[in-house]
Design a protein around this ligand. Sequence first.
Ligand SMILES: C[S@@+](CC[C@H](N)C(=O)[O-])C[C@H]1O[C@@H](n2cnc3c(N)ncnc32)[C@H](O)[C@@H]1O
Length: 218
Amino acid sequence: MLLLLKHKFFIFLIKIIQKFGPHRVEVLGNVYEISAEVFNPKYYYTSMFMAGHIHVNSDDTVLDMGTGSGIQAVTAARQGSRVTAVDINPEAVTYARKNAALNGVTDRITVTESDLFQSLDPEQKFNVILFTPPYLEGTPKEFFDHALQDPQKRLLKSFFREAGNYLEKNGYVQMLYSSIADPDAALKISHELGWNHNLMAREKTFYEEFLIFRLTPG
Ligand SMILES: C[S@@+](CC[C@H](N)C(=O)[O-])C[C@H]1O[C@@H](n2cnc3c(N)ncnc32)[C@H](O)[C@@H]1O
């Protein structure tokens, strides 16, 4: 009950930031434009923390699942890899394309509207899948809510059910999760679907601890 209230309070705060916060921001030396309907990559530490832990190279193909502003896609493309970025929110798709252009990497990023893997070619395989899933409780009602809410971790379950089909041999998923959303329960879901994990990084802010996991199919 207390946790649900906490989640509701976070959603309230984030929506205020989305509405009144700047819609052009700089993160780790790159510039991103967003609208109120696209997850702001500057004001939630998750985006920068994840981007700071991407280590790919020009041989890698990367899937940026839930690209939002495109920050993770741009970061991976600037390291030389070829990136497919997808989002269920059409406005995120528009801005991720714009941000690929703003940061000079349109030649290495393809952005597509997709509900998880639905619009991808089932034969397509990636070396790395990047994913910061929504992790707050509640049912998404508007497009932006998909950035925040995943009721009963249903999206996470579907993701781990399918992600293995899109990975190259020795490929991995890099996923960020939060202490306020029961990361052990998230890992239990992945384990039950046959995934192994390592903790890549963790960082505590005053209200939340962020964890980045590297997951491989068993
Ligand atoms: C927490 S935000 C992360 C955005 C971005 N990756 C970042 O690091 O700033 C989660 C993103 O996943 C997207 N998303 C949620 N459900 C999705 C689904 N079923 N398929 C594709 N994208 C989804 C949301 O629209 C949102 O852009």
